[in-house]
Design a protein. Sequence first.
Length: 420
Amino acid sequence: MSYRRRVPTIGRMSTLQASRRRVRWFGRATAVVCAAAMTAGLAATPVAAKPAAPAPVTQAEVTEMARAIYADAADAVRYSFAVAAADPNRRWAPGSIEEKLASGFRKMAPERRRAYSDGAKSLLARSDANFGRYGKLTPADYGARGFAGAYAESPLPVDAKRFGSALKARHEANLARSRAAAPTSGGPQDAVCRDCPDPTPDCEITGDCDPPPPPTTRPKTGLKFMINRVTCVDETGSGVGEWGSDEIAFGGVIVTPAGDTIQINQYEIPQGFDDGTIWTFYNQGHTFGQFDLPLTYPAQYTATVLLTEVDSGGFAQILTAVWQQVRGTVQAKIAEKVGTVLEPIVKSQLIAQALGALAGWLVGELVTWIINSFNDDVFLQAGTSTFTLNSINDTLTGGVFRFQDHDGTYDVSWSWSWRR
């Protein structure tokens, strides 16, 4: 009798189930691998990069934008100067800069007034070469609008929002710098030098509690811009012959760190000038202008000196008065254009500071244009000094302005000093 070994059924079932489990495991593993691969593939898919933040505006760019605004305004001022000189007897709008300029021309001697009128008519005949985009207007059209109308109708030559944002960023940086430099309240002396309450026999004063000695010099309260000496290197001549025996005077403007422009009235030097004549001021010089210390650092101070003839009819004062009016108009236009970029409480202050830093430059540009365009020796150019104060311990500077024109040369020595 033969026997066949029976393979247990359970053994076959276990083998089959194991095989099926391996299949399911392999399927799950494959799914995981595929999912991981898909995930890796998605991660590798390039994603659109976010636009880069605009580069911060540098101080140099702020100055360049302010200079562009001023240069545009200066084109309009030159046009106003020319139309007023060409026809000073015309009825101009009361209070306009054209009316102020015309009044100055009317006060000139007839021969000098005629020379200005002829020169202005020659310039107006080729106005586009002298007055920028305002030269596209005819003299009649520009005269009807005047500076106020023509400038209001023109756009700013820079991006107003970018300019406003730059002023705001600079303001915030200066505030942070001031906070970092501010002294903290209390110090080692405050902690150890104190009165002992009675009765406290164990209380010991460990510091030097004697009051500090009085300062040997008075504290610094501000800055002064001084004129120390005026030297006639070479009197004007070569046919002009007006400065040899004439007395001269100087005036101009100063600009505070807040951007306020202050006119400096004419000061007459009580002496005639010939070749080699030197006038030295006593007591460390003549105070041309003075300033308070700033509320925040750094602070920029500017002084612009105009050298004039005493008998020039006060035209330098008229020009500085015109500048004041132009400055206000330009500031108002910027304030309108920057919109909500700057908070109202600091808007006018920051705009005034930005423009004030270039006030001397604009006055100098206008004076140089008058000299070159009308060959008038009422001015021997303009000298401007700008000083940036970083702390009350800074070393102050000095120098020499050289005024040179009409075959004459004058040196004016100047210096910045502390007001005490």
